[in-house]
Design a protein around this ligand. Structure first.
Ligand SMILES: OC[C@H]1O[C@H](O)[C@H](O)[C@@H]1O
Length: 299
């Protein structure tokens, strides 16, 4: 296996406030929780998990010109992520409140400065890393109208520079809002598309996961459908469908599990691993992420 070249991850940087609830949440109740506070955002999490695999990674994103933005960048620096993070004057760093309970999570989101990520910043950041081999995009950047230009520019600039590309479909609700046909037009011919079960249903309809993967492989060269505790499937245009079971672990908090999964998948695939081996690495990291609170690798 070869060591992958630098990976560039483009997308959101967020402050996560994670409350792991001790019981059900009901209107008017006072529910106990373990509350933690720290780095989140799909792209930033993925970059941190990639760095933890010993692969050189640059995160391209935006934070506010505030203490939270400074803390988020310092934390990523400390995790070994090279930061090309734009500071947006007058915007607050994005914040998400995550309510985690019984292996499920509910999020309340203010995307803040992420909405102001600019195509110019992405272009400049890519020009500064001539050693990059791959670009991974969190689709929140495409799905939010404010940052869409930056997301589209990231994919186009990566292709112009000969980088391979991957996109994480991010979230079912905004995908539903923009519509499957529009989204699939934006990500046409990416090398790898990652979708969870809900996103696969929005984009390909209520088929079984292998059939959803086959339908989406008309758009992306390779498709991975993440199915949480039911494992994952890999579908591409040339090899048979490949499936992997999830690891059985005690679930503490599923926040960031998909991002850890993406990091495991990408670092293995870019190092030349087979689909089976790449899925296995992905499910290992996903299992590690769900067994701890918060979205990032633990020290
Ligand atoms: O992918 C997980 C992330 O999504 C949300 O945007 C939270 O910030 C969380 O860290």
């Amino acid at each position: 296996m070869t060591r992958p070249a630098r990976v560039v991850v483009v997308g959101d940087v967020i402050t996560d406030v994670v409350a792991v609830l001790s019981g059900p949440l009901a209107a008017g109740s006072d529910t106990g929780a373990e509350i933690s506070f720290g780095g989140g955002g799909q792209a930033a999490n993925t970059a941190a998990w990639i760095a933890a695999q010993g692969v050189t990674v640059t995160l391209v994103g935006a934070v506010g010109d505030d203490d939270a933005g400074r803390d988020r960048v310092a934390e990523l620096d400390h995790a070994g992520v090279d930061c090309a993070v734009e500071r947006v004057v007058g915007a607050a760093t994005g914040t998400v409140i995550v309510l985690a309970s019984d292996g499920e999570r509910t999020m309340v989101t203010s995307r803040g400065a992420n909405l102001a990520l600019s195509a110019e910043h992405v272009e400049k950041a890519l020009a500064a890393v001539p050693d990059a081999g791959h670009l991974h995009l969190s689709a929140y950047t495409l799905l939010d109208a404010g940052s869409r230009g930056a997301g589209l520019r990231a994919l186009a600039a990566a292709r112009e520079r000969g980088l391979t590309t991957s996109v994480d479909a991010a979230s079912a609700a905004p995908l539903r809002r923009v519509g499957a046909r529009t989204f699939l037009g934006w990500v046409r011919d990416v090398d790898l598309l990652l979708v969870n079960a809900d996103e696969a249903t929005v984009l390909a309809g209520g088929l079984d996961p292998a059939a959803q993967g086959r339908a989406l492989s008309a758009t992306a060269r390779r498709v991975v459908v993440k199915r949480g505790a039911a494992g994952a499937v890999w579908v591409d245009r040339t090899t048979p469908v490949c499936a992997a079971a999830a690891r059985r672990v005690a679930v503490v908090d599923v926040t960031g599990a998909g991002d850890a999964f993406a990091a495991g998948l990408l670092t293995a695939w870019l190092a030349g691993a087979s689909p089976t081996a790449a899925l296995s690495r992905a499910t290992d990291l996903g299992a590690l992420a769900v067994s701890t609170a918060g979205a990032r690798p633990q020290p």
